[in-house]
Design a protein around this ligand. Structure first.
Ligand code: XIL
Length: 416
């Protein structure tokens, strides 16, 4: 249901982008970024557990949905920009780093929007959680409907090339900006079994470790995450995630963080104790955790602001108390742009960008030093042979990723 809320507006192929529109947006952004760079408004990044928000960016002209809701708010809504810059230290591109945007056609990469986003982050001293490299959803058409059915070998080749190209692109052109990647997103089904996806069906469960190793090879400095939803309580899915994560750590696969999406309602949300219990299990196998997509939807019949604020507070308190929680990201800056609908009160800033009463409290909780478990992925030895060696990839690869066609000239090519 939620998926549909935004997909309809966005279009299945991200097709509302055009080179001309991209240039217009580029100019507009350059102006906005320059103005902001001159303004003294941006707050210095607070020490402590970093607060992030999903940033909504992906279109080249404003599209209005009702009086308040317009898409691509970053370049067009100054309230959105101001709130983001002053209140958050980092962001997750809500859609634009997904495969359907970055490689819309086979072997044709489009880094147009992603480059603008990365430049925006760099100009404003923000960092990015890259979201997401290998996921069963929001894939380009050609991945899900190949001309000839994928063989395991070719899909693995393609995945390797994709991960190397995308991670390498940002590491090369924007060093230090994309500090973390959701390498694998939502690998599990509700029962804890591996979720059916093109990746799992063709490659098998090993795609998870392979993707992590390819990402690590492309940027050994980035923190690498598996991101999953509905694992906030101990139960079959959480146990499955734990055993997957523990197995990867045991094998020396570069994995630093488990992301907990936390798309919840007041009735489905866990308590502080439940969250801390789960997160400490991950600490025990050497993993940090992060809240990656927190928003609080309405239960049937609706919920009060106070009930929603209690949920935000729960996640912040658990994040502080667990000891291994290294990030707190909400899934949107303000209600007018939430994927759950503009009037739902699902985020920390309301329709008029007024801060919810809980914001000050959360800042206080998340402030102060945090001591993550691991020093970073470089501290994680890769004991196993690289997937490239294990799978003995041929020199002439089906999916080369070396040629880009991009009329605007913004797409970069990376030869590896
Ligand atoms: C959602 C975006 O918010 C929507 O705009 C889009 O239409 C669908 O995807 N889990 C994830 C996110 O990991 O990527 C999803 O984001 C929300 C669920």
């Amino acid at each position: 249901m939620r998926e549909m809320a935004r997909t309809g507006a966005q279009g299945a192929s991200g097709g509302h982008r055009s080179p001309r529109g991209g240039r217009v947006l580029g100019c507009l952004l350059a102006v906005v970024v320059a103005v902001l760079a001159a303004a003294p408004s941006a707050q210095a990044a607070a020490p402590g557990i970093p607060e992030g928000a999903a940033l909504w960016y992906a279109c080249t002209q404003p599209q209005y949905y009702g009086p308040l809701n317009l898409e691509c708010p970053l370049p067009y809504d100054p309230r959105y920009l101001r709130t983001f810059l002053s209140e958050f230290q980092r962001f997750t591109p809500e859609n634009e780093f997904k495969m359907m945007y970055l490689e819309p056609e086979v072997n044709i990469f489009d880094f147009g929007l992603a480059d603008q986003i990365a430049a925006f982050a760099r100009a404003n001293g923000k960092t990015i959680r890259g979201h997401t490299l290998v996921w069963g959803d929001q894939l380009p058409y050609w991945v899900q409907h190949p001309l000839l059915p994928w063989s395991k070998y070719l899909l693995l080749e393609m995945m390797a090339g994709y991960v190397e190209t995308v991670v390498g692109h940002f590491a090369t052109h924007y060093p230090g900006v994309v500090t973390e990647w959701d390498v694998v997103n939502e690998p599990l089904g509700p029962d804890g079994k591996l979720r059916r996806s093109t990746w799992e069906r063709v490659i098998g469960g090993a795609y998870i470790r392979d993707a992590l190793e390819y990402a690590h090879a492309a940027d050994p400095t980035a923190k690498l995450a598996i991101n999953e939803g509905n694992t906030d309580f101990l139960g079959p899915k959480t146990e499955a995630l734990l055993s997957l994560a523990a197995g990867l750590k045991r094998d020396g696969v570069p994995l630093d963080v488990i992301g907990f999406e936390a798309h919840v309602t007041p009735r489905t949300a866990p308590t502080v104790g439940q969250l801390v219990a789960v997160w400490r299990r991950f600490a025990a196998v050497g993993l940090n955790v992060e809240v990656t997509e927190l928003d609080v939807d309405d239960d049937p019949g609706g919920d009060t602001r106070a009930a929603k604020d209690a949920v935000f507070r729960t996640y912040a308190e658990a994040c502080r108390e667990a000891g291994n929680c290294t990030g707190f990201t909400v899934w949107g800056v303000a209600d007018p742009y939430s994927w759950l609908g503009q009037t739902g009160g699902a985020l920390l800033y309301g329709v008029n960008f007024a801060a919810s009463p809980v914001v000050g409290l959360i800042n206080g909780i998340l402030d102060g030093p945090v001591q993550p478990l691991a020093a970073g992925p470089s501290a994680t030895p890769t004991k196993r042979a690289s997937p490239a060696r294990r799978h003995a990839r041929p020199r002439s690869r089906h999916h080369r990723h070396t040629t880009r066609r991009h009329t605007s000239g913004r797409a970069r090519s990376r030869r590896r």
